[in-house]
Design a protein around this ligand. Sequence first.
Ligand code: FES
Length: 107
Amino acid sequence: MAEVTLINHSGTQTTLDVPPGTSIMRAAIANGVRGIYAECGGDTMCATCHVYVEPEFSELFPPVNEDEDEMLEATACDRLPTSRLSCRLTIPEGCGAVVVRLPESQR
Ligand code: FES
């Protein structure tokens, strides 16, 4: 299990225990975390699962691919160097913890 902490725009933190192989988006939705809509269900087609990965955790995940890069240009809030789609962030084996911040808005 990885300890995934989501910090919303007002600073409220939610920490979830997430098994390897689960995306941060799915874990957030399953646990009723507000601020992630995931309208396309994880198909890289909506950008409403946008998060900012804290820099020290960025190397846990594969780099942004072409599809994700295109969708990150369509986020409601600014794209930053730390922007990712949380449906593309699958918790790897051996991951201890991840911290992501949620944008102010997803749409
Ligand atoms: S859930 Fe739609 S892009 Fe991630």
